[in-house]
Design a protein around this ligand. Structure first.
Ligand code: GDP
Ligand code: SF4
Ligand code: MG
Length: 415
């Protein structure tokens, strides 16, 4: 079993009506008891996640869900949970019983198509009945992977595995780089990692570890220092580094200690590119200029255990943003998969770096904000903007930098 971070794994959700054999199929595919299988409809209540290796794709997470057609109060909650699963699914497996295809399945396919989630249709229980040939042909025409299987006999399981591999989005095979395209083989990046009381004990946080790994994968060199040691370390170098990357919270000191000709950015900005959509989030950041007294700002964290404490989202960002705008803003906070259905009350969404998430889930949120006409940015971009070093921090990314010119009202409040 690999220890690849969960967020880099392809997330495959099994969805469909109750009792069609989702859990049985998943168990058969993984040859392990992932979920409880029962003849009583609606046994799987909470989504069950199972990380495993699916060659040649590598690390995946299988997510077993409750039936989407659940009724009753508890049922409504399960349906909501299943929809939340769709938000983080890179691929969906729609399970149907052979001979029982209907409007429900058609509606699910439409929903998956709207979300642009690749789907594989599995007709299960083919030991008991066959799927209708014209229906199979029609689905294949829609370029959907279609598999006939039986969790009971094991028939069709290799086809399902193959269909999953074919449906996997390209960005799981070619993940966008964190740093590899910015710092070439043999070149040096300096990473600035503050070790203060908020740093986790005995380890580095995920974006820092991923950045180091990405540099090593690209045959680049890496020097890791705290902010206080940065200037001394830079002075000792024979030639300047290709790039300095800092934790956003040390931005001001690091900007002051890094010669102006050395490119500088932050881990959060790298994460916006890696996990989200940097140009969209740069556009979102510019909306800070339009914030006025009484405006509501939503601060969203992807998980409940931000490594640098709640402090950054709850205290520091509100303080820096209030100082920058000079306006009395209203801040709301959400965590985890709770993201408001109705974003219309907000003038800005400020998201964490989403380091623990897969990219599709973050892109899904960016997409929802765009649909609602609400700008979205992230922590690092907001901090850089509020501290007046936005433009410098974007210099390594010409496409994003181009959005700032010409004629944009940028940093009107900056001193
Ligand atoms: N005949 C037959 N029964 C199956 C098959 N797969 C699952 N079942 C049965 O269908 C029932 C519901 O299965 P389950 O996996 O719990 O369905 P889920 O609620 O959709 O996850 C159980 O009684 C299973 O034993 C299959 O391929 N053939
Ligand atoms: S809150 Fe966001 S940035 Fe912080 S650890 Fe969780 S996913 Fe990563
Ligand atoms: Mg089940």
């Amino acid at each position: 079993m690999t220890t690849a971070p969960k967020s880099l794994r392809l997330h495959i959700a099994f969805v469909g009506r109750r009792n069609v054999g989702k859990s049985s199929l998943l168990n058969a595919l993984t040859r392990q008891q992932v979920s409880i299988v029962s003849p009583a409809a609606g046994t799987t209540t909470d989504p069950v996640e199972k990380p495993m290796e699916l060659q040649p794709l590598g690390p995946v997470v299988f997510i077993d869900t409750a039936g989407l057609d659940d009724t009753g109060e508890l049922g409504a909650l399960r349906v909501q949970k299943t929809r939340q699963v769709l938000e983080r699914a890179d691929v969906a497996v729609l399970v149907a019983e052979a001979g029982a295809w209907g409007e429900f399945e058609q509606a699910m396919l439409r929903e998956l198509a709207t979300r642009k989630t690749p789907a594989v249709v599995v007709f299960n229980k083919t030991d008991a009945g066959k799927a209708d040939p014209p229906l199979l042909a029609g689905l294949k025409e829609q370029k959907l992977g279609v598999v006939q299987a039986s969790a009971l006999s094991g028939a069709g399981l290799p086809d399902l595995r193959q269909a999953l591999i074919e449906a996997a989005p390209g960005d799981f095979i070619d993940s966008p780089a964190i740093l590899g395209d910015l710092v070439g083989p043999g070149e040096l990046a300096v990473l600035v990692v503050p070790i203060d009381k908020e740093a986790p004990k005995g380890r580095l946080i995920l974006p820092q570890v991923q950045a180091i790994r990405d540099l090593l994968d690209s045959d680049a060199c890496c020097l890791v220092v705290k902010e206080r040691e940065l200037r001394g370390a830079l002075d000792r170098l024979i030639s300047p580094p290709k790039l300095v990357v800092t934790d956003s919270q040390a931005f001001l000191k690091v900007a002051a200690d890094t010669p102006r000709n050395v490119p500088l950015t932050s881990f959060s900005i790298l994460m916006a590119r890696f996990k989200g959509d940097l140009p969209a989030q740069v556009e979102g950041t510019l909306a800070i200029e339009n914030l006025r007294g009484g405006d509501r700002v939503l601060i969203a964290e992807a998980c409940s255990h931000h490594p640098v404490g709640e402090d950054i989202g709850r205290v520091k960002i509100p303080r820096w943003l209030t100082q920058y705008t000079g306006e009395k803003l209203q801040f709301d906070h959400v965590q985890g998969h709770d993201f408001p259905e109705d974003l219309s009350p907000y003038r800005l969404v400020i998201h964490c770096g989403a380091c623990m998430w897969n990219r599709r889930e973050m892109l899904g949120r960016i997409w929802r904000c765009r649909e609602a006409g609400v700008p979205i940015t992230n922590y690092g971009l907001t901090i850089a903007y509020s501290l007046g070093i936005f433009e410098r921090a974007l210099e390594p990314f010409p496409a994003a930098l181009a959005l700032l010119r010409p004629g944009r009202r940028l940093q009107a409040h900056a001193a």
